[in-house]
Design a protein around this ligand. Structure first.
Ligand SMILES: [Fe+2]
Length: 304
């Protein structure tokens, strides 16, 4: 998610509970001014691989075109890229069979996400539209927190399309199509989760800087690292867990304190994104998360 540059000005008058956002309601994507978000950091495994950088830039340019055309361009992934996907997706699927939430596993198959090939944002976007009126918009890099979260208020998630470097299939320091498609996208087929995401987005548009920081923590401990109790068992639904071998395994060991979700506690708990997570929060249901967040965000409105 997040980081420097980029500010998309988004008009704030949009009701909290308008779940039927139409295309006509969306701000113009071409008004999104993102600058220098396509940088590859020096610690990226592909940083010194010129061919990888050129390829990543190409895929990023397709995403950038979206802002003018409003059409998601499919990426013709190379055999090498497909191979990276197959390796990661297969290994994650094995781990997820035991650890991922039932809902998530079902959603993955509804979206047609398989271990065979990299799914296109266009096809997942179409299915999401039918299932929960949620949308995907390609983006070429990391967007700063407020702008990124604000788009969720339009039931839209900004997603990268390029894939991690083949030298480290298990690792990426930035979001890539594995993190987006395997981690994030299936959850948006859940109406409660989609509505909750919309609330986070609404909150981000009106939050003070302090509230934005709190929202960032809520996002981190739910969307990225959340656990849910399902039929008496703890399961993972957070994208950071579901798209990482190490985190998914670690989440269920004694290294981690698994606490019942408590909003006050969550928004006041700091985290370190560069290390394994020592504390995780368990929600009793997606609906609980949605309704708790609604009350929290409604308070933002009152404080304006
Ligand atoms: Fe993420």
């Amino acid at each position: 998610m997040t980081r420097e540059t980029a500010s998309a000005k988004i008009e704030p008058e949009f009701s909290l509970s308008n779940y039927e956002v139409r295309d006509e309601d969306l701000p113009e994507f071409r008004d999104m001014k993102f600058e220098k978000i396509n940088q590859l950091e020096l610690d990226h495994p592909g940083a010194s691989d010129e061919a990888y950088r050129v390829r990543r830039d190409h895929i990023a340019s397709l995403a950038k075109n979206f802002r003018e055309t409003h059409v998601i361009t499919d990426v013709e992934y190379t055999d090498e890229e497909q191979k990276v996907w197959q390796i990661v997706a297969t290994r994650l699927e094995e781990l997820q069979a035991k650890r991922a939430s039932e809902f998530y596993l079902d959603a993955k198959s509804k979206l047609g996400i398989s271990t065979e090939r990299i799914p296109q944002l266009s096809e997942m976007n179409k299915r999401l539209g039918e299932l929960s009126n949620f949308r995907l918009a390609p983006i070429e890099g990391l967007v700063e927190t407020r702008a990124f979260l604000s788009w969720l208020s339009y039931r839209t998630m900004l997603c990268t399309q390029y894939i991690r470097h083949p030298s480290r299939p298990e690792y990426t320091p930035e979001p890539d199509i594995v993190h987006e498609a395997i981690g994030h996208i299936p959850n948006f087929t859940n109406r409660d989760f989609a509505d909750f995401s919309q609330f986070i987005g609404h909150g981000a548009r009106i939050a003070t800087d302090q509230q934005l920081e709190e929202l960032g923590r809520l996002y981190w401990f739910t969307v990225e690292y959340g656990l849910v109790e399902e039929n008496g068992e703890l399961k993972a639904y957070g994208a950071g867990l579901l798209s990482s071998f190490g985190e998914l395994e670690n989440a269920f060991t004694d290294n981690v304190q698994r606490r019942p979700f408590d909003l006050e506690q969550v928004i006041n708990t700091t985290y370190d994104y560069s290390d394994m997570q020592p504390v995780l929060y368990v929600i009793p249901s997606y609906n609980y998360l949605k309704e708790t967040t609604r009350k929290y965000i409604e308070n933002f409105d009152k404080m304006k």
